[in-house]
Write a protein that binds this ligand. Structure first.
Ligand code: ATP
Ligand code: MG
Length: 387
């Protein structure tokens, strides 16, 4: 009797012609998430099975696999050679702590001589013999013991199904560049796009010395946390202080945020193109703050030549975003009290509905190309896999 972990990937992405490509990516991503463990991954009709790992690490391995996009559920299970005696011996090992149970048998191996319902009743009897206080409940059991008799000559026995992240395997879409601030929203935006199969790189603008080194470390930590779901994130850290000082010196204060955003977007588009990324991602949500009106977003989008700007949180309430950030473990880091570059030089009355002509007039006072080239030449790159 050996321990194993059954991995279910759902059938959604396995219907079309691309199914082999998706599967290859999923296997690659599962193995990458488990690179620190010795184990074996095999495919058995529509599922994967992990075996030959050290039992001590079972919980850790399950945790890692449950974060891989494309994995829908997991079950830690026992594997025995398909023989009635082996199955009975295994059932005697399973501890049922609830009052009611049922046995569910799937007999894919039609050479096994006993039919599913009959065998379920017999195996229910074995469990009751061992613990007579249990009650069988076929409609609403608290515990269901699954016995899967597979074509590979093995039987898989388990009673737990752990729901996982779902989504599409990372790599099944073109890549995106996430504008990652230290706040709550942008890590969630990156997580959601990656869940649809998009590999991520990230870009952060920082305003040292107005913002501290700790603020930068916080963003690196956030990238590291999301990379547990997405795989390695290449983070581009752009010095933004000079740009902010120039805007502050030459332009009307109420346009500060609009001008900053347009320069961030221009830099983001260039970095995206240089890295062969196909989209820009932000954590904006309609009407959340002054810079997130539809007019502001229009003026910001106007600097982008030909990449889509994806805003997966656009229609979400803050409460719902916070709920996801807690679930994916970024919340506690996001709320650490370090300043973001957008809070430096923050005007008292930012313009809420900027007009493009006026913004362009303000921009004439800046040497934008020079500022951008200078900032890009000073980018620092951090790969989350290396920290
Ligand atoms: P967040 O919680 O993600 O910081 P927010 O609600 O604070 O968002 P803003 O500060 O207006 O909103 O930022 C909107 C979006 O712009 C962010 O979600 C992020 O994608 C991007 N952004 C803001 N500041 C930065 C920064 N310093 N570096 C990179 N991207 C940024
Ligand atoms: Mg912010």
């Amino acid at each position: 009797m050996n321990k194993a972990i059954l991995i279910r990937f759902g059938e959604i992405f396995l219907k079309g012609k691309n199914k082999h490509i998706f599967e290859r990516m999923l296997i690659h991503n599962i193995l990458a998430a488990l690179k620190d463990y010795q184990l074996k991954l095999t495919k058995i009709s529509g599922r994967y099975i992990l075996t030959e790992y050290e039992e001590l690490y079972e919980t850790d391995i399950m945790e890692k696999v449950s974060h891989v996009f494309g994995v829908y559920s997991l079950s830690p299970c026992y594997v025995v050679k398909t023989l009635r005696q082996n199955i009975e011996d295994c059932l005697k090992q399973i501890e049922i702590t609830t009052q009611t149970f049922k046995v569910d048998v799937k007999r894919a191996d039609k050479f096994f001589p006993i039919q599913s319902t009959e065998f379920a009743a017999l195996m229910g009897g074995v469990i009751l013999d061992k613990k007579p206080s249990l009650k069988v409940n076929l409609t609403k059991p608290e515990t269901c013991v699954y016995i899967e008799i597979r074509e590979d000559g093995n039987t898989y026995i388990y009673s737990t199904i752990v729901k996982c992240v779902g989504g599409m395997p990372v790599g099944s879409s073109g890549g995106g560049l996430l504008l990652l601030s230290g706040g709550i929203d942008s890590p969630v935006a990156g997580y959601l796009m990656s869940k649809r199969g998009m590999p991520l790189q990230a870009i952060h603008f920082h305003s040292f010395p107005y913002t501290s080194e700790l603020a930068k470390d916080k963003v690196i930590s956030l990238a590291k946390i999301i990379s547990e779901y997405t795989g390695n994130i290449k983070l581009h850290i752009v010095p933004f202080t000079k740009i902010q000082e120039e805007i502050h010196k030459h332009c009307k204060p109420e346009y500060m945020i609009t001008l900053m955003r347009r320069i961030m977007m221009r830099i983001a588009e260039r970095i995206a193109k240089q890295n062969d990324l196909k989209a820009i991602i932000t954590g904006e949500s309609l009407a959340q703050v002054a810079s997130q009106t539809i007019e502001s977003m229009t003026v910001t989008n106007a600097v982008i030549a030909d990449l889509p700007v994806l805003r997966p949180l656009i229609a979400m309430d803050k409460e719902d975003i916070i709920e996801i950030s807690k679930k994916i473990n970024t919340y506690e880091t996001s709320i650490l009290p370090y300043e973001d570059c957008c809070t430096v030089f923050l005007p008292e009355h930012p313009i809420i509905k900027p007009k493009l002509e006026k913004v362009l007039k303000e921009e004439e006072r800046l040497n934008i190309e020079e500022l951008i080239a200078d900032a890009i030449s000073k980018i620092e790159v951090v790969n989350t896999d290396e920290i």
